[in-house]
Design a protein around this ligand. Structure first.
Ligand code: ADQ
Length: 458
């Protein structure tokens, strides 16, 4: 079996005892690397003021070599904070209003990808299979091809791919499309993303299609297909079974004091629809005053990308909004919204999912959304909670037995909260079984297996 070479912006390192990191994606890729041996390359998380990022840091663990590189401060600003997170991320999440194009940052994005390619190329053997992850690294295959690398190279995009008119607003979109055509296989989260990609690509005379999934650009053939990412379903189910006995679960149970838990769990990001969700919860309370004091909405949101100004502003906006609702609707012994900026362990998270009657997973746009899948996996058959899910999350393609909502429709989401809280046991079980079946048949291990098999056999 040929070696696997994974490249992603960040590398989840095993700890000093050699224990693999947690989180579905890391666990699945680690498993694929353990089986075949190989390399995982990415940014170390550190930056330097010098112009030279210095040598690669090499960490050997069994048959896997972790290669970490520092970046210069300028690289980091232009590639990561700049083009990746202030152009590609907003464009792919349909936020043209937040995209900030600057030629300097676009140049930095391509320069850092060339730098990654130059660091990787000398380490490669002719039969290695390469799997590149996410929007930070779209040009990597094109840069490797320039250096003479002819290996099979796959790319998986974790975020959505926009419709053509949104994509075309990005000044370098043609270069980005051509860069993608240097891969052998491009994986999208959903069929909708794959269709959007094909629609945008085929508006150009330089691209042709042989089928829905096979394309040709400048004489080079490649495939683009949907591979919806999963979670580590059975491990997550077992976390949730064990979680009832943990301190977090006990403390939460006590503090709920009989109130029904409505739960939101998201990284702090404008794509996650947190402010619209709080509006919907407030609307639910004003429409159903009899429910006051019977429910608690817990929103758990670790901060992310705080170096990007939009994220800083959002942190303030959400905290103020939660404070305003609590001030207006709370009583001396009831706080409607608990807003917490903390990361929790996976078992603690699983325990909270299991305790919740309703989960609000209402992003305005999301590649997949793993929280939706984790929530379903954590439920018990005897008394499953209800998933309220945005139709704009990739997860809605598989989890169509959830209560699907339009997150921009605040009243519709408020009504779904009510429906979720009142849903009869039989309907909850029926919906849950349908969703769990999908999570079992497509977990994160079969996702990585399917992708790699397609890449090697197409
Ligand atoms: P993200 O945007 O980061 O990922 P998501 O899919 O929701 O979003 O994954 C978040 C992960 O972080 C989940 O596993 C969740 O459990 C964890 N998490 C969230 N809040 C936490 C907390 N307070 N404590 C601990 N863990 C927490 C991108 C795309 C998604 C796509 C994934 C995977 O934006 O659409 O689903 O990649 O492809």
């Amino acid at each position: 079996m040929s070696r696997l070479i994974v490249v992603s912006n960040r590398v989840p390192l095993p700890d000093k005892h050699g224990t693999a990191p947690t989180g579905g994606l890391a666990v699945a890729l680690q498993a694929a690397l353990n089986e075949r041996g190989g390399i995982w390359l990415g940014w170390s998380g550190k930056s330097t003021r010098d112009d030279d990022p210095g040598p690669l840091q090499v960490i050997d663990k069994g048959n896997i070599q972790y290669l970490l590189t520092d970046l210069t401060e300028r690289d980091l600003e232009e590639y990561y904070q700049g083009f990746a997170n202030r152009v590609l991320w907003p464009i792919c999440h349909y936020r043209l209003d937040l995209a900030e194009y600057a030629r300097k940052e676009m140049a930095g994005y391509f320069r850092v990808n060339r730098f990654f390619a130059e660091r990787l190329a000398p380490m490669l053997r002719p039969d290695d299979v390469l799997w590149i992850h996410d929007y930070h690294l779209i040009p990597l295959a094109a840069e490797l091809r320039k250096l003479g690398i002819a290996n099979r190279i796959g790319f998986f995009l974790h975020i959505p791919w926009p419709v053509p008119d949104v994509l075309f607003a990005m000044p370098v979109y043609e270069t980005i499309l051509k860069c993608l055509s240097s891969y052998d296989l491009i994986g999208f989260q959903t069929n909708n993303d794959r269709r959007n990609f094909a629609d945008g690509l085929l508006r150009h005379a330089w691209a042709t299609a042989k089928s829905d999934t096979e394309f040709e650009v400048d004489g080079r053939a490649f495939q683009a297909r949907a591979f919806p990412i999963g979670i580590e379903t059975s491990e997550f189910m077992s976390f949730a079974r064990k979680a009832a006995g943990t301190g977090v679960a006990r403390r939460m149970h006590q503090s709920l004091d009989g109130k029904k838990l409505i739960l939101g769990v998201d990284r702090l990001d404008y794509s996650k629809g947190i402010t619209q969700r709080i509006d919907a919860f407030e609307k639910f309370l004003t429409r159903h005053p009899d429910r006051e004091r019977n429910v608690t909405f817990l929103q758990i949101t670790p901060k992310s990308r705080s170096e990007v100004p939009e994220y800083e502003a959002m942190q303030r906006a959400v905290a103020e909004q939660a404070g305003r609702v609590n001030g207006a609707m709370g009583t001396i012994d009831w706080v409607p919204i608990r807003y917490v900026n903390r990361s929790l362990s996976r078992p603690a998270l699983a325990g909270l999912y299991r305790m919740a009657k309703v989960a609000l997973v209402t992003p305005l746009r999301d590649g997949m959304n793993l929280v939706a899948k984790e929530f379903v996996a954590a439920q018990t058959e005897e008394d499953p909670g209800v998933l309220v899910l945005s139709r704009f999350a990739g997860a809605a393609e598989e989890l169509d037995a959830a209560l699907l909502v339009n997150p921009y429709d605040v009243e519709g989401t408020a009504e779904a909260i009510r429906r979720g809280l009142d849903m009869a046991l039989e309907e909850r079980q029926e919906r849950w079984r349908a969703m769990l079946g999908k999570l079992k048949s497509n977990d994160v291990f079969s996702w990585s297996h399917n992708f790699l098999t397609s890449l090697e056999t197409q």
